[in-house]
Design a protein. Sequence first.
Length: 116
Amino acid sequence: VQLQASGGGLVQAGGSLRLSCAASGRTFSRYAMDWFRQAPGKEREFVASISWSGGNTYYADFVKGRFTISRDNAKNTVYLQMNNLKPEDTAVYYCALDPRGPHPDWGQGTQVTVSS
């Protein structure tokens, strides 16, 4: 499967960005999707997850109330709406299909930079 992440960029603190991750080559709607991020010098960390149906979502504590994960199975796309961004949100954001399954797939990442 190919996962194409987009929507990153440079934004001021307090601003918003919407990341997208388009999947192809696999039955997208059968799998949970996650967003992770990795800041310079740090390990990759979990950000948010959404179940195959979109009925269940999970968030890391540091993004609760600011980020929203959603999906459109008709478009094979998962989204991450990021509001009230902080400089510590600066990282490369990755989408992952079925990350806890036997055959996870990862996107190439999209850079998010938040200036203070």
